[in-house]
Ligand binder design. Structure first.
Ligand code: ARG
Length: 459
């Protein structure tokens, strides 16, 4: 038999495969709450504008709450023949309230309905992402405060570069996440226009009040072009691109945690809560959460590319291709929230190994730049010459199998006569980081300033 919602012109029902490829109810049931909120706002507006009676609107709005509670308590039977969440809800409403249910779809199409539902869903996820990022920033600030003056090696090319502070490293991620936060906030502002009332694509001849439904659903305004309203999915792409960039940041940090927790680095001890053992190697404490986080990020990037690809060839306005938007975004959102929560947990519960960090900070000739700077400052050498002299001193230390502070003054003088005992003052890692007082530099005092600034931002 043909479809009860649109079957008027059809003699036969769909092929079973047609039904399978066409149905979205298996996943778009996740938008049930949004669908019902949209329909309730629409019904109230239809009554306020005199398009349906108040009593029908009341019956519809009440009935929709019953449907919602059936869905929320798992008593609802979803039907594939009814394709999607929109028709499942409406069909059930008809069973519950009868004739008035048929008036709900006046001045509306599934095209503006799904655009509205999906926007509401994505908007909720943006809010969740913002909360998740704030929680992670708070955890990072906690670590930065514990070790604002702990020294550790700073790397370029993953080769020892200059000593930095643990707090400075943590706060670097706070800056990245702060930009992620503002990207999500921007996306939210941009997307917050209501598609409802665009109808199928051209608007409607009924005297609807789009400002009323927009306000009822927490939108800033109705979207200004009905074709755009039903055809736009760039709000979802905005979400996916914000999510991708944020995920990239999380993945970089996850990578560092994997490296740092290795026996070779020992920079950090991950909590038991975020580690797993091996079934054969008794000594193992594997950083599985960080690894899985690093891997799950691929789903988010993939969703972004997949939806871009779905959208890129579609003529205006709605095409059924757009039904493929939801699973991508659902999966990406789930992965992002899980990644944010896992990273927040790992960061809160991990312990920086101050001694190992300090030992590593002093190895690898990390204060060579300080030595070169000293030659410039104290002996008035041109920096290029100082660089060369320092390079020779590094080579000497390397040949002796020691670090720069372990060279004797005689060693120093053998390379460059005018060097004095005072040079040893700048070869210590604590002195090195304390001296980097330029704005945004790694000196503990600078780090503390940034911590205080971020605490105010979060208030
Ligand atoms: N399930 C559909 C979707 O997700 C709803 C919109 C259907 N519109 C239509 N004209 N067939 O996109």
């Amino acid at each position: 038999s043909s479809n009860q919602m649109w079957g008027g012109r059809f003699a036969a029902g769909p092929d079973a495969i047609m039904e399978a490829i066409n149905a979205s109810i298996g996943y778009d049931q996740r938008m049930a709450a949004q669908d019902i909120a949209g329909s309730r706002a629409h019904a109230a507006m239809l009554a306020a504008t005199g398009i349906i009676t108040d009593s029908d609107a009341d019956t519809i709005r009440e009935g929709l709450l019953t449907v919602l509670s059936e869905i929320e308590t798992g008593r609802f039977e979803f039907s594939t023949a009814l394709e999607d969440i929109h028709m499942n809800v409406e069909a059930r409403l008809k069973q519950i309230i009868g004739e008035p249910a048929g008036r709900l779809h006046t001045a509306r199409s599934r095209n503006d309905q799904v655009a509205t539902d999906f926007k509401l869903w994505v908007r909720d996820q943006i809010d969740a992402a913002i909360d998740g990022i704030k929680a992670l920033i708070t955890a990072l600030i906690g670590q930065a405060e514990i070790g604002s003056d702990w020294v550790m090696p700073g790397f370029t090319h993953l080769q020892t570069a200059q000593p930095v502070t643990w707090g400075h490293h943590m706060m670097a991620y706070v800056e990245m996440l702060g930009r992620d936060l503002s990207r999500f906030q921007d996306a939210r502002k941009r997307m917050n226009e209501c598609p409802l009332g665009a109808a199928a694509l051209a608007g409607t001849s009924f005297p609807i009040d789009r400002h009323m439904t927009a306000a009822a659903l927490g939108f800033d305004r109705p979207s200004a072009n009905s074709l755009d309203a039903v055809a736009d999915r760039d709000f979802a792409l905005d979400f996916l691109s914000c999510a991708s960039i944020c995920a990239m940041h999380l993945s970089r940090f996850a990578e560092e945690l994997v490296i740092w927790s290795s026996a070779q680095f020992r920079f950090v001890t991950m909590s038991d809560k975020w580690s797993t053992g091996s079934s054969i190697m008794p000594q193992k404490r594997n950083p599985d959460a960080a690894e899985l986080l690093r891997a799950k990020i691929g789903r988010i990037f993939g969703a972004n590319v997949a939806l871009m690809t779905v959208m890129k060839g579609l003529p205006l306005a709605y095409s059924k291709d757009m039904q493929e938007d939801k699973e991508q975004v659902f999966d990406a959102a789930d992965s992002l929230m899980l990644a944010l929560a896992a990273m927040t947990g790992m960061v809160s519960d991990m312990t920086g190994n101050r001694d190992a960090l300090a030992a590593a900070a002093g190895s690898g000739f990390s204060t060579a730049t300080d030595l070169a700077d000293w030659l410039v400052r104290e002996l008035n050498m041109p920096f290029r010459d100082a660089h060369h002299v320092t390079g020779s001193l590094v080579a000497l230390a390397e040949s002796k199998g020691c670090d720069l502070p372990d060279l004797t003054l005689a060693d120093m003088k053998s390379v460059h006569g005018p060097i004095t005992e005072a040079v040893f003052d700048v070869l210590g890692v604590d002195k090195s980081v304390a001296s980097r007082m330029s704005y945004g530099g790694t000196a503990p005092a600078q780090v503390v300033t940034q911590i205080e600034r971020w605490k105010k931002v979060l208030e």
